[in-house]
Design a protein. Structure first.
Length: 267
């Protein structure tokens, strides 16, 4: 059975997500639609890119991913359809797909321009309904990618939006907070492999995590290794370093503000 996975910043208090699902059903009622997330911070492409990257590996080949975090809706930005790793994507060309395409040079990408597969008329503000949803439905129903528009050189796709960690401080890594989940846990862009690389051969030294000017401490293996309401650093389910508070909300208890710098340093 064909599968579409939706990710948006639309929330659930308006009709937007439901209408997109209705459009899909109107084209092919046999297509299953699964929600990844609709609580991406409004217009936050980086947040959406990290969540999309985390979700993609857990969906079967053949899934069509529709990701709409689109502050340029109605403007000059392109809409892309891509095929990579046996999965297909319909996204704005604004960096949202950057993390999901592990190797963009191996992706087949087209610019979505064939209005035959759009709803009419196309609104200025809701391309999720008028373009993304119907295009995804046609792809899920078997439409070849090439029918949607001309090929795009994957090297020309918007990239560089997702912040990268750096080994830029003595015996350490510098990164940033990129998102927070509903528990208030802060997700960083520093992955487990980077920390393993930092700690390789560092016998007797510990990786100590700091958020801005607040020292969090060493990385723990479980939440209960910190006392209740105490901050902690842990490798989360995404394989990324996260900063949390045991039985508490990190966003409420730690100063995140404008300074969301994260450091991991050997001491």
């Amino acid at each position: 059975m064909p599968l579409i996975a939706l990710l948006t910043d639309f929330g659930t208090c308006d009709e937007y997500v439901g209408v997109m699902k209705g459009v899909v059903a109107g084209i092919d009622p046999d297509i299953r639609v699964v929600d990844i997330c609709h609580q991406i911070e409004p217009q936050n492409v980086v947040h959406g890119a990290f969540i999309l990257q985390a979700a993609v590996p857990y969906f079967p080949e053949g899934t069509v991913f529709v990701a709409v975090v689109d502050p340029g809706v109605g403007g000059r930005r392109r809409i892309l359809a891509a095929d990579f790793g046996g999965r297909r994507f319909v996204v704005p060309d604004n960096g949202l797909i950057e993390g999901a395409l592990k190797n963009p040079l191996k992706a087949d990408v087209v610019s979505v321009e064939n209005r035959r597969y759009f709803l009419t008329p196309v609104s200025r503000t809701f391309h999720g309904r008028d373009i993304f949803a119907p295009v995804a439905a046609h792809l899920a129903a078997g439409l070849p990618l090439a029918e949607l528009g001309p090929p795009v050189d994957s090297a020309d796709i918007v990239a560089g939006k997702m912040p990268r960690y750096r080994f830029s401080i003595k015996d350490g890594i510098q990164g940033v907070v990129v998102a927070a989940d509903r528990f208030g846990n802060l997700m960083t862009n520093i992955d487990e492999r980077a920390i393993a690389r930092l700690c390789k051969g560092a016998s007797g030294r510990h990786a100590i995590v700091s958020l801005a000017d607040t020292t969090i401490g060493a990385i723990v293996d479980s939440y209960d290794q910190a006392v209740k309401n105490a901050p902690l650093a842990i490798i989360g389910s995404r394989g990324l370093l996260e900063i949390a508070v045991n039985c508490g909300n990190t966003r409420q208890m730690l100063p995140t503000g404008k300074d969301r710098r994260v450091r991991v340093q050997l001491l």
